[in-house]
Design a protein around this ligand. Sequence first.
Ligand SMILES: C[S@@+](CC[C@H](N)C(=O)[O-])C[C@H]1O[C@@H](n2cnc3c(N)ncnc32)[C@H](O)[C@@H]1O
Length: 251
Amino acid sequence: MTWMLSGLKNVPVPTWPLPLVTLARSNLSSSSKRWVARQKKDKFAKMAKAESYRARSSYKLIALDDKYRFIRQGGKAQPGWVIDCGSAPGGWSQVVMERLKNQRPEGEQSVIGIDLLPMLPIDGVNFIQGDFTTEKIKREIEAIIGDRRVRLVLSDMAPSFSGHHNTDHLRSMASRCYHQLCEDLVNFSDTFLCKGGALACKYIMGGDEKELKEMLESRFEKVHNEKPESSRKQSSERFFVCLGKVSDPTY
Ligand SMILES: C[S@@+](CC[C@H](N)C(=O)[O-])C[C@H]1O[C@@H](n2cnc3c(N)ncnc32)[C@H](O)[C@@H]1O
């Protein structure tokens, strides 16, 4: 059985989309049953369903953007690409497209979504399946963006694990994997993000966040540390919102 450490919560959840009622009746561990019960009560899960968002995580991006306005810099969509790393199932890409609505020429794609997993199409989103750190994906991005700039990089990425681990082991592995993902993301934004551009990324608290913040502060004019209301209190995830990249991209 394959398990994924979801970015939305720090409990193992199955990676396939079984209906909650099936999960509730199946032979699940007590922690997974608690997760199913929480999902049924969860205000943001209900809102996501009602508003047709593919994930409750959409509300995390909505809260961050309501506060810092990085999707439409200056209140008006700026030319250039938005890259959504770890985009599947598509909740964040949906929010970006919604906020860019009527602000891009008809038929023009303005968002690149990248994920290890497949993602159902979203109008205006150019999806690439693969690992964002690989040369292959970087070449595909270069082919898409041509000489246009990338003005925003988003990451809600979460590492996935397989096998059976005790909780402490899983937590420490998660912390190390997140840190590596964040470092890879900083290198990625060094390569693609334009001067003046913004980066919003998830990280989890685990001891290395000071080092990560310093890396970001050396590259951006402002680095804000946020915990949106929709991020569960018991989850150690937080978000950095970094504004005003100080240098040009290197690609
Ligand atoms: C919490 S989910 C993202 C949810 C998404 N923001 C949404 O709102 O629908 C995290 C995603 O990160 C992806 N991911 C993890 N490592 C990755 C990598 N190296 N390259 C691309 N995607 C990755 C996972 O496959 C997973 O789908």
